[in-house]
Design a protein around this ligand. Structure first.
Ligand code: SF4
Length: 289
Protein backbone atom coordinates (compact mmCIF):
# COMPACT_ATOMS: atom_id res chain seq x y z
CA UNK A 1 0.00 0.00 0.00
CA UNK A 2 1.41 3.37 -1.07
CA UNK A 3 0.61 6.54 0.83
CA UNK A 4 1.19 10.20 0.03
CA UNK A 5 3.91 10.15 2.70
CA UNK A 6 5.77 7.45 0.76
CA UNK A 7 5.79 9.76 -2.25
CA UNK A 8 7.18 12.77 -0.39
CA UNK A 9 10.83 13.64 -0.95
CA UNK A 10 13.41 14.94 1.49
CA UNK A 11 13.65 18.23 -0.42
CA UNK A 12 10.71 20.64 -0.72
CA UNK A 13 9.48 22.42 -3.86
CA UNK A 14 10.77 25.95 -4.33
CA UNK A 15 7.90 27.30 -6.41
CA UNK A 16 6.51 30.74 -5.45
CA UNK A 17 3.97 30.60 -2.59
CA UNK A 18 0.51 30.09 -4.14
CA UNK A 19 1.81 28.68 -7.44
CA UNK A 20 -0.64 26.26 -9.06
CA UNK A 21 2.13 23.69 -9.35
CA UNK A 22 1.74 22.77 -5.67
CA UNK A 23 -1.80 21.54 -6.30
CA UNK A 24 -0.72 19.66 -9.40
CA UNK A 25 2.02 17.87 -7.45
CA UNK A 26 -0.46 17.01 -4.69
CA UNK A 27 -3.00 15.71 -7.22
CA UNK A 28 -0.36 13.52 -8.87
CA UNK A 29 0.72 12.06 -5.54
CA UNK A 30 -2.92 11.38 -4.63
CA UNK A 31 -3.50 9.73 -8.02
CA UNK A 32 -0.45 7.44 -7.67
CA UNK A 33 -1.43 6.55 -4.08
CA UNK A 34 -5.12 5.98 -4.90
CA UNK A 35 -4.19 3.70 -7.81
CA UNK A 36 -1.84 1.78 -5.52
CA UNK A 37 1.02 2.10 -7.99
CA UNK A 38 4.38 0.91 -6.79
CA UNK A 39 6.62 4.03 -7.04
CA UNK A 40 9.41 1.95 -8.56
CA UNK A 41 7.11 1.18 -11.50
CA UNK A 42 6.33 4.84 -12.21
CA UNK A 43 8.64 7.01 -14.29
CA UNK A 44 8.14 10.73 -14.89
CA UNK A 45 9.86 12.83 -17.52
CA UNK A 46 9.79 16.60 -17.85
CA UNK A 47 11.22 19.36 -20.00
CA UNK A 48 12.31 22.79 -18.80
CA UNK A 49 10.24 25.36 -16.92
CA UNK A 50 8.96 25.98 -13.40
CA UNK A 51 6.60 23.01 -13.58
CA UNK A 52 9.20 20.74 -15.13
CA UNK A 53 11.00 20.63 -11.80
CA UNK A 54 8.13 18.48 -10.49
CA UNK A 55 9.86 15.06 -10.85
CA UNK A 56 12.40 16.19 -8.22
CA UNK A 57 9.64 16.31 -5.61
CA UNK A 58 7.82 13.01 -5.97
CA UNK A 59 9.41 9.77 -4.87
CA UNK A 60 9.16 7.83 -8.13
CA UNK A 61 11.70 7.48 -10.91
CA UNK A 62 12.07 10.66 -12.94
CA UNK A 63 14.19 12.37 -15.57
CA UNK A 64 14.40 16.15 -15.92
CA UNK A 65 15.31 16.44 -19.60
CA UNK A 66 15.90 19.47 -21.84
CA UNK A 67 13.47 22.04 -23.18
CA UNK A 68 10.50 20.46 -24.96
CA UNK A 69 11.96 16.95 -24.87
CA UNK A 70 10.02 15.28 -22.07
CA UNK A 71 7.87 13.36 -24.54
CA UNK A 72 10.60 11.80 -26.73
CA UNK A 73 12.47 10.64 -23.62
CA UNK A 74 9.19 9.24 -22.25
CA UNK A 75 8.71 7.44 -25.58
CA UNK A 76 12.14 5.81 -25.27
CA UNK A 77 11.41 4.66 -21.71
CA UNK A 78 8.04 3.26 -22.79
CA UNK A 79 9.55 1.36 -25.72
CA UNK A 80 12.31 -0.07 -23.51
CA UNK A 81 10.02 -1.15 -20.68
CA UNK A 82 6.28 -0.93 -21.21
CA UNK A 83 5.68 -2.40 -17.76
CA UNK A 84 6.42 1.05 -16.33
CA UNK A 85 3.70 3.68 -16.00
CA UNK A 86 5.19 6.60 -17.87
CA UNK A 87 3.99 10.15 -17.27
CA UNK A 88 5.48 13.18 -19.00
CA UNK A 89 4.89 16.63 -17.54
CA UNK A 90 5.80 20.17 -18.56
CA UNK A 91 4.51 23.66 -19.11
CA UNK A 92 2.78 25.38 -22.02
CA UNK A 93 5.99 26.97 -23.31
CA UNK A 94 7.75 23.61 -23.12
CA UNK A 95 4.98 21.51 -24.67
CA UNK A 96 3.17 23.87 -27.03
CA UNK A 97 6.23 25.91 -28.09
CA UNK A 98 9.53 24.14 -28.61
CA UNK A 99 8.05 20.70 -27.92
CA UNK A 100 4.96 21.03 -30.11
CA UNK A 101 6.06 18.55 -32.77
CA UNK A 102 6.63 15.88 -30.11
CA UNK A 103 3.13 16.52 -28.79
CA UNK A 104 1.58 16.06 -32.24
CA UNK A 105 3.55 12.89 -33.01
CA UNK A 106 2.80 11.38 -29.59
CA UNK A 107 -0.91 11.95 -30.24
CA UNK A 108 -0.86 10.35 -33.69
CA UNK A 109 1.15 7.36 -32.42
CA UNK A 110 -1.29 6.92 -29.56
CA UNK A 111 1.56 5.96 -27.25
CA UNK A 112 0.37 4.29 -24.07
CA UNK A 113 1.44 7.01 -21.64
CA UNK A 114 0.09 10.10 -19.90
CA UNK A 115 1.03 13.70 -20.65
CA UNK A 116 0.13 16.53 -18.26
CA UNK A 117 0.68 20.16 -19.27
CA UNK A 118 0.91 22.85 -16.58
CA UNK A 119 -0.67 25.61 -18.64
CA UNK A 120 -0.12 28.99 -16.96
CA UNK A 121 -0.27 30.97 -20.22
CA UNK A 122 3.13 32.54 -19.62
CA UNK A 123 6.83 31.70 -19.38
CA UNK A 124 7.32 31.77 -15.60
CA UNK A 125 10.88 30.46 -15.20
CA UNK A 126 12.31 33.16 -17.48
CA UNK A 127 10.32 35.88 -15.67
CA UNK A 128 7.13 36.43 -17.59
CA UNK A 129 7.20 36.36 -21.39
CA UNK A 130 4.19 35.72 -23.64
CA UNK A 131 3.72 31.99 -24.29
CA UNK A 132 1.86 29.99 -26.99
CA UNK A 133 -1.32 30.00 -24.88
CA UNK A 134 -1.25 33.66 -23.79
CA UNK A 135 -4.40 35.50 -24.80
CA UNK A 136 -4.37 37.87 -27.77
CA UNK A 137 -3.67 41.35 -26.42
CA UNK A 138 -1.82 39.96 -23.37
CA UNK A 139 0.87 42.40 -22.23
CA UNK A 140 4.18 41.06 -20.94
CA UNK A 141 7.82 42.12 -21.13
CA UNK A 142 8.05 40.44 -24.55
CA UNK A 143 4.78 41.96 -25.86
CA UNK A 144 4.56 45.36 -24.08
CA UNK A 145 1.85 46.56 -26.50
CA UNK A 146 -0.13 43.31 -26.28
CA UNK A 147 0.27 39.99 -28.12
CA UNK A 148 -0.89 40.28 -31.73
CA UNK A 149 -1.19 36.51 -32.25
CA UNK A 150 -4.05 34.17 -31.41
CA UNK A 151 -3.11 31.50 -28.88
CA UNK A 152 -2.78 27.84 -29.78
CA UNK A 153 -5.83 25.69 -28.93
CA UNK A 154 -4.22 22.46 -27.76
CA UNK A 155 -7.30 20.36 -26.95
CA UNK A 156 -8.75 20.45 -30.45
CA UNK A 157 -5.26 19.82 -31.82
CA UNK A 158 -4.89 16.72 -29.63
CA UNK A 159 -8.32 15.37 -30.59
CA UNK A 160 -7.66 15.87 -34.30
CA UNK A 161 -4.18 14.38 -34.13
CA UNK A 162 -5.27 11.08 -32.58
CA UNK A 163 -4.95 11.37 -28.81
CA UNK A 164 -7.45 8.92 -27.32
CA UNK A 165 -7.95 10.64 -23.95
CA UNK A 166 -8.21 14.43 -23.92
CA UNK A 167 -9.08 16.38 -20.78
CA UNK A 168 -8.67 19.72 -19.04
CA UNK A 169 -8.11 20.14 -15.31
CA UNK A 170 -7.73 23.12 -13.01
CA UNK A 171 -5.17 23.48 -10.22
CA UNK A 172 -7.91 25.06 -8.08
CA UNK A 173 -9.92 21.78 -8.21
CA UNK A 174 -7.52 19.22 -6.73
CA UNK A 175 -9.98 16.32 -6.24
CA UNK A 176 -11.34 16.74 -9.74
CA UNK A 177 -7.81 16.89 -11.15
CA UNK A 178 -6.80 13.79 -9.18
CA UNK A 179 -9.68 11.81 -10.69
CA UNK A 180 -8.71 12.95 -14.19
CA UNK A 181 -5.09 11.94 -13.57
CA UNK A 182 -6.16 8.51 -12.31
CA UNK A 183 -8.23 7.94 -15.44
CA UNK A 184 -5.41 9.21 -17.67
CA UNK A 185 -2.75 6.98 -16.06
CA UNK A 186 -5.01 3.93 -16.48
CA UNK A 187 -6.04 4.74 -20.06
CA UNK A 188 -4.48 2.41 -22.66
CA UNK A 189 -3.27 5.03 -25.14
CA UNK A 190 -2.08 8.62 -25.24
CA UNK A 191 -3.84 10.37 -22.36
CA UNK A 192 -3.40 14.12 -22.29
CA UNK A 193 -4.56 16.65 -19.68
CA UNK A 194 -4.17 20.39 -20.15
CA UNK A 195 -4.07 21.78 -16.59
CA UNK A 196 -4.98 25.41 -15.92
CA UNK A 197 -2.26 26.49 -13.52
CA UNK A 198 -2.25 30.08 -12.24
CA UNK A 199 1.19 31.70 -12.17
CA UNK A 200 0.65 34.05 -9.25
CA UNK A 201 3.87 35.96 -9.86
CA UNK A 202 3.77 36.87 -13.55
CA UNK A 203 0.25 36.25 -14.88
CA UNK A 204 -1.98 38.81 -13.20
CA UNK A 205 -4.90 38.14 -15.59
CA UNK A 206 -5.58 34.40 -15.42
CA UNK A 207 -5.76 34.18 -11.63
CA UNK A 208 -7.52 31.65 -9.38
CA UNK A 209 -10.47 34.06 -9.02
CA UNK A 210 -10.59 34.66 -12.78
CA UNK A 211 -10.79 30.90 -13.41
CA UNK A 212 -13.21 30.20 -10.57
CA UNK A 213 -15.75 32.55 -12.13
CA UNK A 214 -15.54 30.71 -15.44
CA UNK A 215 -14.81 27.00 -14.99
CA UNK A 216 -17.58 24.40 -15.03
CA UNK A 217 -17.45 20.62 -15.03
CA UNK A 218 -18.31 18.80 -18.23
CA UNK A 219 -19.55 15.72 -16.38
CA UNK A 220 -22.29 17.84 -14.78
CA UNK A 221 -23.67 18.75 -18.21
CA UNK A 222 -24.24 15.26 -19.65
CA UNK A 223 -21.35 15.65 -22.10
CA UNK A 224 -20.64 12.41 -24.00
CA UNK A 225 -16.85 12.05 -24.33
CA UNK A 226 -17.20 9.38 -27.02
CA UNK A 227 -18.80 11.91 -29.38
CA UNK A 228 -15.90 13.47 -31.30
CA UNK A 229 -17.82 16.36 -32.85
CA UNK A 230 -19.23 17.34 -29.42
CA UNK A 231 -15.74 17.08 -27.95
CA UNK A 232 -14.39 19.44 -30.60
CA UNK A 233 -17.22 21.91 -29.95
CA UNK A 234 -16.42 21.87 -26.24
CA UNK A 235 -12.71 22.20 -26.96
CA UNK A 236 -13.47 25.40 -28.88
CA UNK A 237 -15.75 26.83 -26.21
CA UNK A 238 -13.03 28.72 -24.37
CA UNK A 239 -10.65 30.65 -26.51
CA UNK A 240 -9.51 34.17 -27.14
CA UNK A 241 -12.60 34.92 -29.22
CA UNK A 242 -15.13 34.35 -26.44
CA UNK A 243 -13.24 34.33 -23.16
CA UNK A 244 -16.29 33.26 -21.13
CA UNK A 245 -17.10 29.74 -19.89
CA UNK A 246 -14.27 27.29 -19.46
CA UNK A 247 -15.18 23.59 -19.46
CA UNK A 248 -12.99 21.22 -17.41
CA UNK A 249 -13.19 17.44 -17.32
CA UNK A 250 -12.97 14.68 -19.89
CA UNK A 251 -13.63 16.04 -23.40
CA UNK A 252 -12.86 12.99 -25.50
CA UNK A 253 -12.13 9.31 -25.06
CA UNK A 254 -11.76 6.59 -27.65
CA UNK A 255 -10.87 2.90 -27.52
CA UNK A 256 -8.21 2.40 -30.15
CA UNK A 257 -5.10 0.24 -30.49
CA UNK A 258 -2.06 1.93 -29.05
CA UNK A 259 1.44 2.04 -30.51
CA UNK A 260 2.87 -1.07 -28.88
CA UNK A 261 -0.10 -3.20 -29.94
CA UNK A 262 1.24 -2.73 -33.47
CA UNK A 263 4.82 -3.56 -32.49
CA UNK A 264 5.14 -7.36 -32.73
CA UNK A 265 8.61 -7.70 -31.19
CA UNK A 266 7.85 -5.98 -27.90
CA UNK A 267 4.10 -5.91 -27.51
CA UNK A 268 4.03 -8.96 -25.21
CA UNK A 269 7.51 -8.73 -23.73
CA UNK A 270 9.34 -5.52 -22.86
CA UNK A 271 12.60 -4.91 -24.66
CA UNK A 272 14.50 -5.03 -21.35
CA UNK A 273 13.38 -8.65 -20.85
CA UNK A 274 14.63 -9.90 -24.22
CA UNK A 275 17.73 -12.08 -24.21
CA UNK A 276 20.50 -10.15 -25.91
CA UNK A 277 23.36 -12.40 -24.78
CA UNK A 278 24.02 -13.55 -28.35
CA UNK A 279 23.93 -10.03 -29.81
CA UNK A 280 27.37 -8.70 -30.64
CA UNK A 281 27.49 -5.03 -29.67
CA UNK A 282 31.26 -4.67 -30.00
CA UNK A 283 31.06 -2.58 -33.15
CA UNK A 284 28.43 -0.24 -31.71
CA UNK A 285 30.46 0.22 -28.53
CA UNK A 286 33.58 0.97 -30.53
CA UNK A 287 31.71 3.79 -32.26
CA UNK A 288 30.72 5.31 -28.92
CA UNK A 289 33.78 4.73 -26.75
FE1 SF4 B 1 4.83 29.22 -10.26
FE2 SF4 B 1 4.87 31.43 -11.76
FE3 SF4 B 1 6.40 31.27 -9.59
FE4 SF4 B 1 6.95 29.81 -11.74
S1 SF4 B 1 7.02 32.05 -11.61
S2 SF4 B 1 6.97 29.09 -9.60
S3 SF4 B 1 4.90 29.29 -12.51
S4 SF4 B 1 4.15 31.27 -9.65
Amino acid sequence: MVTIKDLNTRTQPNWCPGCGNYSILTALKMAVADLGLDPKNVCLTSGIGCGSKLPHWINTYGIHTIHGRGLPVATGIHLANNKLKVVSIGGDGDGYGIGLSHFVHSCRRNLDMAYFVQNNQIYGLTKGQTSPTSDKGFKTVSTPFGAIEWPIFPLSLAIEQGATFVARGFAGEIKHLTELMKQAIQHPGFAYIDILQPCVTFNKKNTYDWFKKRVYKLEETGHDPTDKSEALKKADEWNAYYDDNIPIGLFYKKDHEHYLERYEYIKDKPLVEHDISNVDITKIMEDFV
